[in-house]
Each structure stands twice: as structure tokens, then as C-alpha cells.
Design a protein around this ligand. Structure first.
Ligand code: BTN
Length: 350
């Protein structure tokens, strides 16, 4: 048993190290074609036409339709044939046209981070994505657990940026900007960013980001970024530090719609990873800058006012004695309300 904290809610959790059942959802090529055909046609299409187009028997068509219905697709069958009425909100690869080849989809997994690491080590291409509907052992930052029930969005993307490893924290900034931009674009809500990589709505965490890097001294082999979004998950009333999109909006959202926009945002930001406007954009969303903070970093605690980011994405903190300190990683606690942007005075760095 391992005792741990839930990094969304701060709750104390216990977790067994028992083996987890991992099911890979096999994407059936014929089912994908049936869906595409019915979607494009938009009306009843006879079993005979489907069987001719796909080159399989009508009985096989019927079996695939039955299996799609079990997955939640509503397909009306009548004397005129089959008509796709609605699709379930599953993040199946064929819901992301053009990206199917890059997506590894799991209905349930231990952690998408583990699958992505294995794929990256085997040479998976930049942009490979591991998606899960549910994670049995979702991982958060600082060895915490990431509670990953049905209704959330959980995925890990393999990136291979050609940067010096010291700039890797910029990847976190980039992903958090993409998440905040997606929330704004889809729902018109202003999400805030808490250094290093939490996305907040009204001060409560809605998304966490976990990055795992494999690098040599001056070369990054891969950075796997895991993104967990509380989408349609219910958050207990007493919970003050976490929220979900459903709680914030008062309705459920389309997870596949959200993910599709988010992947587009990430793609837009990727070429700008090392550009100055990345830092400027992060600052626009920042809830941390100009605020009193405590950063619990490996081996030390830094308390002071967060005044800026350096080019690597480290947080620059002005301590009460006037000296500056940089936090490269750690847990950042916002101590009190944002203070006006004054007194950014230059001082020495430690
Ligand atoms: C945090 O502690 O804030 C980071 C949470 C990251 C959770 C995501 S969910 C998808 C990916 N798989 C995991 O096991 N963790 C990350």
C-alpha cells in the first residue's frame, strides 16, 4: 500500500500496488469505415450498399453495427437501411480526423504516462498521443495520485522538441496556455494559470499537467506531457481547491470537441515554443505573478513575491530581504491576494 495525496483535491489516498487490468480498445477499421460512410451520407443507407462499399457481407455489417451500438453509437435500423443518429462522447481515434494514426486509445489504462514512455522509448513519432477514458493509477506531480474517473480527459502527448533540456519547462507553459486558450475559445471563460502548470477557473484547479523528460546533457530525446482535465467529473461540494468544466459551466461538455480544439491549440503553439511571445502569453493568463507565494522546491522553500519568469520558465521570486531567487520546479502556494504590479526593483540573484 502506498499512502499519497490526490493532487486535484489534496485528499489523503491509499493505493494498492495490485496489478491493473489494462484493456486496449482496438480500433476496428471496418467500424471506422461504416461510421464515416453513414456520417457522410447523413440518411438511411441500405445494408446492401454498405456491404458493397466495404467489401464485406451484410451479416458482417450487421455485426459491426451491433458492436458500434454497444459502444454507445445510436444507429437506427429500418427497412431503408442504417442511419447514424448520434455518437457517444468517447475520445476514439476516428473522432479526430487526420490524427487517427497518431492516437493510441484505451478505454481503461493504469496511466497514459506509462504507455507513452514505452512508445517513446521504442521511437514513437513526435505528436503521438495516448488517450484513456479512465486511469486506474493516474499520476500527478510530485508522486501524487491523479484521480481519473469516467468523464475526465486524460492523455499524454509525446514531444521531441529540439531544445536544450534547461528549456524543457517551457513545454509545460505551452501546454497550459493551450488549455486556457481552449477554455476561453469554447466557453468564453477566463482560465488562470498557476506556476508551474496548473490551470484554474475562479482559483480552483481544473487541469493538471505532468511532464516527464528523457534527455542527455544538451539534447532532449522526448518530453511526454500528460494532461488531466476535470471535464464532466463531479467535484464534492466541500472541495474548495478543485473544480471541473461541468461544475463551472453548469452543464456537461463534449470531451471529444474539447480535445479536438485543444490539440489544434497545441499544434499552433508548438513552433512558438522558444519564442518570446510564449512567455508573454503565459503572463497574460498568470495568477501567480505579482503575488506573495511560497514555493516548496526540492530541498528548500522560497517565500516572497513572484515577479517574473526567466527564459527557461523558472519563477523569479523577490524575497523579503530584497534578494531574488529562481524556482525551477516545485509546488507553488499562493499566499494572499494579488498585489499591484509595483516595486519590481532589480536585485541580486541567488
Ligand atoms: C498534476 O499533479 O497536477 C498533474 C496531473 C497530470 C494528470 C495527467 S492525466 C493524463 C496523464 N496520465 C497520468 O497518469 N497523469 C497525467
Amino acid at each position: 500500500m502506498q499512502s499519497n495525496r490526490n493532487s486535484q483535491t489534496g485528499e489523503q489516498l491509499t493505493r494498492t500496488d495490485a496489478m491493473v487490468n489494462i484493456f486496449k480498445m482496438k480500433v476496428n477499421e471496418k467500424q471506422k469505415q461504416i461510421l464515416e460512410t453513414l456520417r457522410d451520407y447523413g440518411d438511411y443507407l441500405s445494408g446492401e450498399t454498405l456491404s458493397e462499399r466495404l467489401g464485406i457481407s451484410r451479416v458482417s455489417i450487421w455485426k459491426h453495427i451491433r458492436s458500434l451500438k454497444e459502444d454507445g453509437y445510436v444507429i437506427d435500423a429500418s427497412a431503408r437501411g442504417y442511419r447514424l443518429v448520434s455518437s457517444p462522447d468517447l475520445m476514439l481515434p476516428y473522432e479526430f480526423p487526420g490524427l487517427e494514426e497518431r492516437i493510441h486509445y484505451f478505454s481503461e489504462i493504469g496511466s497514459t504516462m506509462d504507455a507513452a514512455r514505452e512508445l517513446a522509448r521504442k521511437g514513437a513519432k513526435e505528436g503521438t498521443i495516448v488517450i484513456a477514458e479512465v486511469q486506474a493509477h493516474g499520476r500527478g506531480r510530485l508522486s501524487r495520485e491523479w484521480f481519473s474517473p469516467k468523464g475526465g480527459i486524460y492523455f499524454t502527448m509525446i514531444l521531441r522538441p529540439r531544445i536544450n533540456p534547461v528549456y524543457a519547462p517551457r513545454v509545460n507553459l505551452m501546454i497550459s496556455i493551450a488549455v486556457a486558450a481552449t477554455i476561453k475559445k469554447l466557453f468564453g471563460i477566463k482560465a488562470g494559470l498557476k506556476w508551474p502548470n496548473d490551470v484554474l477557473i475562479e482559483g480552483r484547479k481544473v487541469c493538471g499537467i505532468l511532464a516527464e523528460m528523457n534527455a542527455e546533457m544538451d539534447v532532449v530525446n522526448f518530453v511526454n506531457v500528460g494532461i488531466g482535465i476535470n471535464a464532466n467529473t463531479s467535484i464534492p461540494k466541500f472541495e474548495e481547491t478543485a473544480t471541473s468544466l461541468k461544475e463551472a459551466l453548469g452543464r456537461e461538455i463534449s470531451r471529444k470537441g474539447f480535445l479536438s480544439v485543444l490539440l489544434g491549440e497545441i499544434e499552433q503553439w508548438q513552433p512558438r515554443l522558444m519564442k518570446d511571445d510564449l512567455l508573454e502569453e503565459w503572463k497574460k493568463f498568470s495568477m501567480t505573478l505579482n503575488r506573495e507565494v511560497k514555493v516548496i522546491a526540492p530541498g528548500e522553500e522560497i517565500v516572497g513575491r513572484a515577479i517574473d519568469l526567466d527564459t527557461t520558465g523558472a519563477l523569479i521570486i523577490k524575497q523579503s530581504n530584497g534578494s531574488m531567487k529562481k524556482a525551477i520546479a516545485g509546488d507553488c502556494i499562493h499566499l494572499r491576494k494579488k498585489v499591484p504590479e509595483t516595486d519590481k526593483g532589480a536585485a541580486t540573484f541567488q
